[in-house]
Design a protein around this ligand. Structure first.
Ligand code: NDP
Length: 460
């Protein structure tokens, strides 16, 4: 072995030892946080080449500082249900990293929410936010409260109790929550109302995803889903291809799914399936989005109702079977770990060309490996679903300048941001000799921005 090769392998060995040591510390410190460990494992594997190239990141022990949130808050949320009974839920806010701006990230209300889920989401949010090039740090929060089946009054009382504690930790220059699973315009409205009452002043910039009557931005509701499709368009364009005529399967039928479907259909694609947490519908004629919107957004009912209106469609109980439907493009837009190894193999067998993650961490690490080994274009959540937080940041800009932009203005900015994220991913992957690997590209591009800011600011 030449002297040069010997020194390269020594640096590689040193880097791998550092990554293993930090990973071990994390898993030993919080052994039950499986989703958090999964997100760190994928992240560490994909940024190794930039640590080898820039040893200063190890010298400053950046990774150990990144994996420990700057602050976590866990609190009791007591509330009274419609029958007069007192209920208790658990609330969380993880303020992960503020190197490039105030903490920013959504709130999730779902029975599965725990510290592991909030930490994996918060950790990924750091780099996603950095990729948008907006001045926002990373955070996330939520509660194990289940809004399903609750009355409006119950949801309002829960949100008021949740905000009573959360308000002590957030603010327009400190931490700006938004929505996520189970938290839409209605919940944000109740949260904002309570924050305003507690503070005794109007601070529009404390939450994003607000209603249009009181400081919300046009285009925020659509932003994540539209952004997913703008990112897919960039991928297709790089091969001289277009969305028109492609078959798409989208999981979920919530905020991200509905607006991904809307933009895909507008651009000439055919969406043949979507789902909710009970099952999925398949409509070979193409999903009728108006019906889905009415069932899910207005009536807040289950997706199986769709087949009563469209005899060409079928309904299947259970969620994972949606990935057995042949498609050109698969968009997992529901929740974490929807696509495992078996589903990845099924998608490949059925001819999928692109998988773009609308949800956060919807593919397992094993699924990602199989897809990449089979040359399927795999676009990670960190880049693909960043349109939501990007427009949240535009909402903050409008609030602080007392202005409101037209839908066209917001949409043009969103398209520009998604293009720029795609370019950053491609360039970072090329720079690290892994052309086309969007996981490596997204993670490195986001990581470098945050790590460089941390070094500039010293040990704080
Ligand atoms: P919503 O609550 O609006 O919708 C979630 C959808 O996923 C619903 O259709 C829900 O079904 C379904 N779902 C939830 N859990 C499961 C499950 N275990 N199995 C199958 N389906 C399930 O959430 P969003 O659309 O806002 O969020 C979806 C994903 O996108 C999440 O991973 C979120 O973190 C991510 N995301 C969201 C952003 C946003 O701006 N909203 C921004 C970036 C990422 P049901 O109707 O039965 O509850």
């Amino acid at each position: 072995m030449s002297l040069y090769n010997q020194s390269v392998s020594k640096i590689e060995h040193h880097t791998q030892t550092y990554l293993d040591d930090v990973y071990k510390k994390v898993t030993e410190r919080d052994p039950h946080e499986e989703e958090f460990h999964q997100s760190i494992h994928v992240f560490f594997n994909s940024i190794k080449s930039t640590l080898i190239k820039n040893p200063t990141y190890i010298e400053h022990n950046i990774l150990e500082r990144l994996v420990e949130p700057e602050r976590t808050v866990v609190f009791q949320v007591p509330w009274v249900d419609d029958s007069g009974k007192t209920q208790v839920n658990r609330g969380f806010r993880v303020q992960f990293n503020s190197a490039i701006g105030p903490y920013k990230g959504g709130l999730r209300f779902h029975p599965t929410v725990n510290m592991s889920i909030v930490k994996f989401l918060g950790f990924q949010q750091i780099f996603k936010n950095a990729l948008t090039n907006q001045p926002i740090g990373g955070g996330k929060g939520g509660s194990d409260f289940d809004p399903k089946g609750k009355s409006d009054q119950e949801i309002m009382r829960f949100c008021q109790s949740f905000m009573t504690e959360l308000s002590k930790h957030i603010g327009p220059y400190k931490d700006i929550p938004a929505g996520d699973i189970g938290v839409g315009a209605r919940e944000i409205g109740y949260l904002f109302g309570q924050y305003k009452r507690l503070r005794g002043q109007y601070e529009a910039g404390v939450l994003t995803g607000k209603g249009l009557h009181y400081g919300g931005s046009l285009g925020r509701k659509e932003a994540t889903g539209y952004g997913v499709i703008y990112f897919v368009q960039e991928i297709l364009k790089s091969f001289g291809l277009y969305l028109g005529g492609r078959n798409i399967v989208v999981s979920g039928s919530g905020n991200v799914s509905i607006y991904a479907m809307e933009k895909a259909i507008e651009l000439g694609a055919k969406v043949v399936a979507c789902s909710d947490s009970n099952g999925y519908i398949y409509d070979p004629n193409g999903i009728n989005l108006e019906t889905v919107k009415r069932i899910k957004e207005v009536e807040k009912k289950r997706i199986f109702e769709y087949i009563d209106h469209h005899p060409s469609a079928t309904y299947v109980e259970g969620c994972s079977g949606i990935w057995t439907i042949p498609c050109d493009i698969a968009l997992p837009c529901a929740t974490q770990n929807e696509i495992d190894e078996t589903m990845a193999q099924t998608l490949i067998k059925n001819g999928v060309k692109i998988i773009a993650e609308g949800a956060n961490m919807p593919s397992t690490e094993e699924a990602i490996r199989i897809l990449q080994e089979n040359d399927i274009i795999f676009a990670p959540a960190m880049a693909v679903n960043a349109g939501g937080v990007a427009v949240s940041s535009l909402e903050m800009s409008q609030n602080s300048s007392f202005s409101s932009w037209t839908l066209d203005q917001v949409d043009t900015k969103l398209q520009r941001i998604m293009k720029s994220i795609y370019r950053s991913c491609i360039e970072a992957a090329e720079e690290h000799n892994q052309s086309g690997n969007l996981v490596v590209g997204a993670n490195i591009a986001g990581f470098k921005r945050v790590a460089d800011a941390m070094i500039d600011q010293g040990v704080v």
